[in-house]
Design a protein around this ligand. Structure first.
Ligand code: SF4
Ligand code: SF4
Length: 356
């Protein structure tokens, strides 16, 4: 029987630098200096790994390593990922899949038993890949990951400029990989509720479903219209977001930072459930968390491993590892406890807001 996953951790790599310049990227609106901020780590890789040891976390974790720009640009990121794998964690890394030397470094001399816990999510930025003549690199790196015994999947965020190109993109994938990408659609981050753009209508949804049949997209679409503030969420209790530049953690995205887990690595990690105090309007982009059962009200959501699975690109062991639901083995709160947690968390967030 495999070990139980204790936490899902989103480990954010600071900085905005990227080797791409996608027209739809949030970086586009930034000035030259702002959009070229390198990643920064106050602590050494070994120190960060100690802070995230299995012993301290109380078990293995599913750790998503994701940058504000290209995740793998900083030379410390690959050793950090390899160290997390060596500790026994599952590691998901999000990258534009074009830094060949970093992909090689990630795979070279990494034992097979570590690689089977590695998932590389390759963000597919078609127009930039063509402009920079890097389409071959993208697909070659995907194949390298699979050949090494790790898993990967391509991921397409459908923006307006991609709509006339969907058939072309589909053909490129069939020809180069024999698998289609998972997808979601771009959301408007200027709105507090992060709603889709005007093109996201029923006809568009039907076209995307027919063309790509992505189970991530199905879940994304479902949770766009779920009012998460009406459902108790265990983010903070079963998951958290880590700022790797300094060690501060928060229960989920946009919730306040409440603890620093790097300052004193002997301290207990203690956040508590966010309950009904989600700081985002919907949970569509966090399909990983909903599929792992972060809101037990939605126990019918497909398991995460099955949601992601692409036969030609996945190691079956990883699919098994990712097919867990926290509610099946973690303690659940009673309705009365939930109400108390909701009120206490609301109070904590209000207090923290006044301190900012
Ligand atoms: S690859 Fe990602 S971070 Fe880089 S410019 Fe494109 S969207 Fe932005
Ligand atoms: S509902 Fe989703 S986005 Fe909101 S706190 Fe929970 S996991 Fe995070």
């Amino acid at each position: 029987m495999s070990e139980k996953v204790r936490y899902t951790i989103t480990a954010c790599i600071s900085g905005t630098s990227c080797n791409f310049d996608c027209g739809y990227c949030y970086r586009k609106k930034q000035g030259v200096e702002e959009k070229n901020q390198p990643s920064y780590f106050r602590y050494s890789v070994d120190y960060m790994l100690n802070a995230l040891s299995k012993q301290r976390l109380g078990g293995i974790a599913d750790i998503i390593v994701i940058g504000g720009g290209e995740t793998l640009l900083h030379p410390d990121v690959v050793p950090f990922i390899k160290g997390l794998l060596a500790e026994g964690h599952i590691v998901e890394v999000v990258t534009n899949m074009t830094l060949n030397h970093r992909i090689d470094e990630l795979l070279d001399n990494t034992p097979p038993e570590h690689l089977e816990r590695l998932l590389v999510k390759g963000s597919f930025h078609y127009l930039e890949l063509k402009r920079l003549n890097k389409l071959d690199d993208f697909f070659n790196n995907m194949k390298k990951v699979v050949d090494a015994g790790a898993s990967c999947f391509p991921f397409l965020v459908i923006c307006e400029e991609y709509i006339p190109l969907l058939d072309e993109i589909k053909s490129v994938f069939i020809e180069n990989l024999g698998e289609l990408p998972h997808c979601t659609s771009a959301l408007d981050f200027t709105e507090a509720k992060m709603q889709p753009y005007g093109f996201y209508n029923s006809e568009f949804k039907k076209i995307v479903t027919e063309k790509f049949g992505s189970k991530i997209n199905d879940t994304f679409d479902r949770f766009l219209s779920v009012d998460v503030k009406k459902h108790f969420c265990y983010a903070g209790e079963w998951s958290f977001v880590l700022n790797t530049s300094n060690g501060s953690i928060s229960r989920c995205f946009y919730s306040p930072s409440e603890q620093n887990i790097f300052k004193d690595i002997s301290s207990e990690i203690k956040l508590g459930a966010i309950g009904t105090n989600c700081c985002i309007g919907n949970c569509a982009l966090h399909y990983n968390l909903v599929s792992q059962g972060i809101m037990p009200d939605f126990d019918d959501v497909i398991s995460y491993g099955d949601m992601l699975y692409k036969p030609k690109l996945f190691n079956k062991k990883l699919v098994e590892l990712l097919n867990f639901k926290y509610e099946n083995y973690m303690p659940l709160f009673s309705k009365e406890e939930e109400q108390k947690i909701n009120a206490k968390t609301r109070e904590t967030f209000e207090e923290l807001k006044t301190k900012v």
